[in-house]
Ligand binder design. Structure first.
Ligand code: PBG
Length: 326
């Protein structure tokens, strides 16, 4: 049967009707807010390319935790900027490193679910995600040993989930065995499995002070056009024992999110990255788009594509929107 007996508009006649037939709903329990701590700060710092994103000094975290929970967000992804960088990124695995201190503080101040980003680019003086070999390329296997130390130090500080983002081969197996050996068998791993070599990470590097000094990340992050390769990356991470898989960025890679969620029985996380956020912010600041609607639409699209978990700089605003505007 077709028009005029069938009229699609019947189910669009009121907000209640549209809500009744909604196929996709967002809920703040699926949001994760990335947060940044900088050991060099005594006052919070803002970054021009990431309006609304604040980097906190280590002494300011009590208020942050409360504010995040008050907004209705349950989970954070923690990043740190250390007070010294060196070739081996040693602050990344120091017991008194910036992120370990931040995690301990958040743990004491709140019952937020704490996810620790595990990478070295914020901690190395060269800005790469691992240690370099004599030719200046990232040495995969030497880097894995350091990732093991970072994971154990983050778990010891109180992280619930370790999220390795460096795209080294074998990183999940290496981290899983180190965590288990140290008695952290209940600490989960969220694998940045399909992390593309994306220009959308630009503003993040301003916030996290993590741009590579020389070269780029094309030697370890994935080529943007490769869908089957993304599935291989996920396959390996699942085989190595990760608990959650991630696709990153999110909005420009909805097809990858869909394919991952169709083919793997693990929770799928999607990271709406800094450039995605900054583009919405910039257009909104010019009055060219309705920020609130574009924010919610961008998140809804990520959910519709199959994401179970959405990491977004909009987590607090979106959670507030869901609570107040429904
Ligand atoms: C660290 C890391 C990056 C992001 C998350 N973890 C930057 C990068 O790979 O250069 C990007 C997040 C964002 O853009 O919001 N490796």
């Amino acid at each position: 049967m077709y028009y005029p007996q069938v009229r699609m508009r019947r189910l669009r006649t009121s907000q209640k009707m549209r809500d009744l037939v909604a196929e996709t709903r967002l809920d703040s329990s699926e949001f994760v807010l990335p947060i940044f701590f900088d050991a060099n700060l005594s006052e919070p710092r803002t970054t021009d390319s990431m309006p609304g994103v604040v980097t906190y000094p280590l002494s300011g975290y009590m208020d942050v935790a409360r504010e995040i929970q008050d907004a209705g967000v349950n989970a954070v992804l923690v990043f740190g900027v250390p007070d010294h960088k060196d070739a081996k990124g040693s602050d990344a695995y120091s017991e008194d490193g910036v992120v370990q201190k931040a995690i301990r503080g958040l743990r004491a101040a709140s019952d937020l679910l704490i996810i620790a980003d595990l990478c070295m680019c914020e901690y190395t003086d060269h800005g790469h995600c691992g240690v370099l070999d004599v030719d200046g390329a990232v040495d995969n296997d030497k880097t894995l040993e350091l990732y093991q130390k970072i994971a154990v130090s983050q778990a010891a500080a109180g992280a619930d989930i370790i999220a390795p983002s460096g795209m080294m081969d074998g990183q999940i197996a290496a981290i899983r065995s180190a965590l288990d050996e140290a008695g952290f068998e209940d600490v989960a791993i969220m694998a940045y499995s399909a992390k593309f070599y994306s220009a959308f990470y630009g503003p993040f590097r301003d916030v996290a002070c993590s741009a590579p000094g020389k070269g780029n990340r094309a030697g370890y992050q994935m080529p943007c056009g490769n869908r089957r390769e993304a599935m291989r990356e996920i396959d390996m991470d699942v085989a190595e024992g990760c608990d959650i898989i991630m696709v990153k960025p999110a909005g420009p890679y909805l097809d990858i999110i869909r394919e991952a969620s169709d083919n793997y029985p693990l929770p799928v996380a999607a990271y709406q990255v800094s450039g995605e956020y900054a583009m919405i912010k910039a257009a909104a600041a010019n009055g060219w788009i309705d920020e609130e609607r574009v924010m919610m639409e961008s998140l809804l699209a990520i959910k519709r594509a199959g994401a179970d978990i959405i990491i977004t700089y909009y987590a607090k605003e979106a959670a507030r929107y869901l609570r107040e505007r429904r």
